[in-house]
Structures are given as C-alpha cells and as structure tokens.
Ligand binder design. Structure first.
Ligand code: ADP
Ligand code: MG
Length: 256
C-alpha cells in the first residue's frame, strides 16, 4: 500500500492559507491586537474547526478569510490566490468565486421565500435565473427543505433556518464554507441537525472551516485548531482525528 492519496492531498493547493496574519483594531484610540501572527493552512475537502474562547480572534480570522476585512499585516490566500492589494470589487469577486459564509444569526432575507433566499446569490453572481433556481431547488431537496421552498423563512425552526442559510452559502459552489458559531443560536437538537449536515457536506468533498468556542461543536471537525489571544496554539499541534471514528454528539436523531 502506498499513501499516494495522502501525498496528493498534501501537495494540493490549499483552499485557504493565512501567512503571518495580524489584525489590530483601534477601539477608542486604544489598539486591540485581535490577531498576533496567525499561520494557518487547510487543504481541499478538509473540515477544520477553530476553537477558542470568546475574544480570541476567531471571527476576525474568518472575516479576513472571507475578504470582508483586510489584515494589518501578513497575507490571506484563497485557492492559491492572494487577497492582498485587491480593491473592494475584486474582493467581492473572489468572495463570490470561493466563499460561502454562514453566520450565527442566519442573516436570511425574511421578506423573500425560502427558494428565493437560495436563488438570489447565484443570480447576483451572474447565473441565469432558471439555472440558479434549479440548483436552489436541488440544494433545498438535499438539505431536507424541498417542501418549504415557497414558505417564508419565518415558518422554519431554528435548525431549518440555519440549514437554509447553509443552502444559500452553497449556492455558488464555494471552494470553502466558512461558518461562524453556526450553532450558537440553536437549541441542542437544531445544533445537532446543523453539525450532521456539515458532516454530510464534508463527506461529499466540501471544505469547511467552522469557528466556535464550544468544544462539543468543534468535535464535528476532522481537525481541531486551538486559538488563544490572537494566536494559534501550536503546543499540541492540533488534533487530527480519524473522521470514521468521530460520531457527532447527539446528531443521530436520538431525542433530547
Ligand atoms: P471571537 O470571535 O473569538 O470572539 P473576535 O475576532 O470577534 O473574537 O474579536 C477579537 C478581539 O478583537 C476582541 O478583543 C474584540 O473585542 C476585538 N474586535 C473585534 N472586532 C473589532 C472591531 N471592529 N473594532 C474593535 N475591536 C474589535
Ligand atoms: Mg466571534
């Protein structure tokens, strides 16, 4: 047996890379060093959980990865392409090409149907409406929301709302899904639903970067990266675990 599969994976262009990234905010004239030199890389199809206490810089890192903000120093690369020096339009283009993002509080368009919530991002990205709508329907079916297509998001449960947000994040076939505390606003059942869905998407080859303060949520990832005070904690060199051996707690449909 060779491990050529593993070699291929290792040599593939990372979907996301942070090189010596720092981010300093000014807060009432006082510098807040949110990121203090982060080096991070993840390969195609990886499911990585970044875990650390509130305020350690997780959301900041995610926002930089999404090109929603720019580093003070260092560099972010998406699919091998640097985000450095790009203007707002160019960053938006990179985002549309590579990023699907899921937030704690869903950020759904409440005045539009479930279907339109998933169709719109692709239309905005330039996909023909009929194509976009077809793909949106497929995604909703895949995510168990097919029968809700015409409803308003308001009729959905918390777990369903986050599944809808995930369907929307997938609309443009992103290189990587970024999720910021995606279960933070859900009860345990809704949270389990969402983590189970991430596991399924990952099994289908989707790269996912999830950030959370919650160790139970982080366990859904194949690799856990710990963060503290704006740095990645390399003391334990992360947790690389056998995905086959990692059941998602409570995600198998058992009640309570
Ligand atoms: P986490 O997501 O891990 O809770 P954040 O990345 O949101 O942490 O924040 C990291 C640090 O940066 C915190 O001290 C936070 O208060 C600060 N921070 C984040 N965003 C801003 C901002 N826009 N202006 C000033 N300080 C910020
Ligand atoms: Mg945060």
């Amino acid at each position: 047996m060779t491990d050529s599969g593993r070699t291929e994976q290792t040599m593939a262009v990372p979907v996301l890379e942070a090189r010596a990234v720092t981010k300093t905010f000014e807060s009432e004239g006082v510098p807040v060093r949110a990121l203090r030199g982060v080096d991070f890389s993840m390969g195609p199809g990886e499911f990585v959980a970044v875990m650390g206490p509130s305020g350690c810089g997780k959301s900041t890192l995610l926002n930089l990865a999404a090109g929603l903000d720019v580093p003070t120093d260092g560099e972010i690369l998406l699919a091998g392409e640097s985000l450095a020096g790009r203007d707002e339009n160019d960053l938006a283009r990179m985002r549309r090409a590579h990023i699907g993002i899921v937030f704690q509080f869903f950020n759904l368009l409440e005045g539009m149907s479930v279907l339109e919530n998933v169709t719109l991002p692709a239309v905005i990205a330039g996909t023909r409406r009929r194509t976009a709508e077809g793909r949106a329907r497929d995604l909703l079916d895949l995510l168990g929301l097919g029968d809700k297509a015409r409803d308003a998001p308001a009729v959905l449960s918390g777990g369903q709302r986050q599944r809808l947000a995930i369907a929307r994040a997938l609309a443009n076939e992103p290189t990587i899904v970024l999720a910021d505390e995606p279960t933070g606003a859900l009860d345990s059942e809704g949270g389990a639903e969402v983590l189970e869905l991430f596991r399924r998407l990952h099994a289908g080859g989707q790269a996912i970067l999830l950030v959370t303060h919650d160790a139970d949520v982080a366990r859904a990832g194949d690799r856990i990266v710990r963060m503290r005070d704006g740095r990645i904690d390399t003391s334990g060199d992360g947790d690389t675990r056998d995905p086959g051996a990692v059941p998602v707690a409570g995600a198998t449909g058992s009640p309570g």
